[in-house]
Ligand binder design. Structure first.
Ligand code: ATP
Length: 355
């Protein structure tokens, strides 16, 4: 089976981590029945400096004609705020990527790196945040008035709530979760009240799933106090942005966390959750695992090859037993550069795919 993958390497450490992702995809192409074809679709701050556009039309066309997009990170410190980032917001809207999937998993060998005490880690941390990705405060409804008033409105539609909540229920069901958790601010915000009603209505169709609701402020502390207790967590756009960075901190490093921006059945985009990290760009120390685990998600959610996804994860776990990039404190194992970590995981994956 042929798959066309668009590549947006982006700014800062984006190209460094995507290059390691390409190594993994080449192994998949060599050792499975998937035949991978790449095409670059530049976007971000560097492209804006050259062309005046952070997402040139040519790149959008390449992305729309691909099966999936692997995205690095964009953003540069010395250009106007929001210019580079607008490329991501546009992609989410143009491709209608209404699901943002963010797994939070503490790998066995990184347990010591979790900032929580054992009693809070419990049986382990393994849950998925499903963030609504096109509405809410990111719907781009707002503006400035004479530089003195600035407004963004939190806009949710019934259809927008229904489709993300239904996706979350189906996700929980297919992953054999026992519980689904919805996070909102229904005691104050009208859109949250509509969200909560729809969560309950759709929930009536899933009687075997335990359903619970949290307010966002309380949830921010429960994610620290009992992260082991969650399985599928569904929430709105801004709340999801905040809790997924908070949760990523629990799994050892921001560089470990992966994500998918998804429209089921259509072109979707996979990216590490970290940004362009200009402070470490060019130093060959960035952790590429968030990108590599995003390819795991790509295999599961878009390419429909979950067995390859499982093997990627296994390769990552085996590599973490042998070495770590610099972002993860480590007294016993080798410290690896970005490309050394990519090579190690690629070698482990070859072994897994051969077995
Ligand atoms: P954004 O808002 O675009 O997410 P940000 O400035 O909030 O970006 P990042 O660019 O993700 O945050 O970086 C925050 C810090 O985390 C960086 O200074 C860097 O030290 C560290 N960091 C981020 N990603 C990685 C990675 N892959 N490997 C190692 N360290 C990383």
């Amino acid at each position: 089976m042929k798959i066309k993958i668009a590549l947006t390497k982006g700014d800062g450490i984006g190209p460094e981590v995507v290059n390691e992702g390409i190594k993994i995809l080449k192994v998949i192409s060599d050792y499975t029945d998937l035949e991978v074809e790449f095409q670059e679709a530049p976007a971000g701050g560097n492209v804006w400096k050259e062309t005046g556009e952070s997402l040139p039309k040519k790149s959008i066309d390449i992305i729309k004609n691909s099966d999936v997009l692997l995205f690095g990170a964009i953003g540069l410190p010395n250009i106007p705020q929001g210019v580079a980032e607008s490329a991501i917001l546009r992609l989410r809207q143009e491709l209608d990527l209404f699901v943002n999937l963010r797994p939070i998993k503490l790998y066995r060998s990184l347990k010591e790196q979790c900032p929580l005490k054992d009693e809070f880690v419990g049986e382990g941390i393994d849950f998925t945040i499903i963030r609504e990705n096109t509405e809410g405060l990111y719907a781009n409804v707002g503006g400035f008035l004479k530089d003195e008033v600035a407004v963004n409105s939190m806009v949710y539609t019934k259809n927008g709530c229904e489709r993300i909540l239904r996706y979350a229920y189906e996700f929980a069901k297919t992953h054999k979760h026992t519980k689904i958790t919805s996070v909102d601010k229904a005691n104050i915000l009208k859109p949250s009240q509509m969200w909560r009603n729809i969560f309950k209505q759709i929930g009536d169709e899933y009687p075997n799933l335990e359903q619970e609701n949290y307010y966002i402020d309380a949830f921010c502390q429960w994610i620290i106090r009992k992260p082991y207790a969650f399985e599928t967590v569904v929430t709105g756009n801004l709340f999801g942005d905040i809790i997924s960075d908070e949760a990523a901190f629990l799994v050892g490093s921001l560089g470990m966390a992966s994500s998918g921006n998804i429209h089921p059945g259509k072109v979707s985009m996979y990216e590490p959750i970290h940004g362009s990290a200009p402070d470490i760009a060019g130093k060959e120390i960035a952790n590429p695992i968030g990108t590599i685990l995003s390819i795991k998600l790509m295999m599961e959610e878009s390419i429909r090859k979950p067995k390859i996804g499982i093997k990627i994860e296994k390769a990552v776990e085996l590599a973490l037993d042998e070495g770590r990039t610099k972002d993860i404190d480590n007294y016993k194992l080798k410290t690896l550069s970005t490309s050394q970590m990519g090579d190690l995981i690629a070698n482990k994956l070859k072994q897994e795919l051969k077995s």
